[in-house]
Design a protein. Structure first.
Length: 130
């Protein structure tokens, strides 16, 4: 039996119909504060998202606003979030509501060190190159 998603007791269809003021009452105080004190770049992002939704295009919305709180009206849209080097593509799912965009585009990668070079001893990898 498939699991039905709900956010604070509301389905994703109901969430897409509510206003931002009602949604801000449903999230934690940290997200509510961020929604209340939006900067100019955050407002520009919301305008860009509204324009993309009304045009019906399936294009990726590229942004550098990592601190933007994910809103219910963004469900199903494709975002490209900058991680400092490139834009990481993601599709907004209901489980992402209330989180920040930057939480899903990591800025650091896992460090993998290689083995010592050819004809090197195990202990020589700790010596200085010069």
């Amino acid at each position: 039996m498939p699991r039905i998603f709900s956010f604070r007791g509301k389905s994703s269809e109901e969430l897409q119909k509510i206003s931002m003021a009602e949604f801000s009452k449903m999230v934690t105080s940290r997200q509510r504060r961020a929604l209340k004190r939006m900067g100019m770049d955050y407002k520009a992002l919301i305008a860009k998202v509204d324009e993309a939704r009304t045009s019906g295009s399936n294009k990726i919305i590229k942004t550098q606003v990592r601190e933007a709180v994910i809103l219910p009206s963004w469900l199903g849209l494709k975002f490209g979030v900058n991680d400092g080097k490139e834009f990481k593509e993601m599709v907004i799912t209901p489980q992402m509501l209330g989180h920040r965009l930057g939480e899903f585009a990591f800025t650091t990668k896992r460090v993998l060190h290689s083995a010592p070079g050819i004809r090197a001893t195990r202990g020589s990898k700790f010596l200085a190159v010069k």
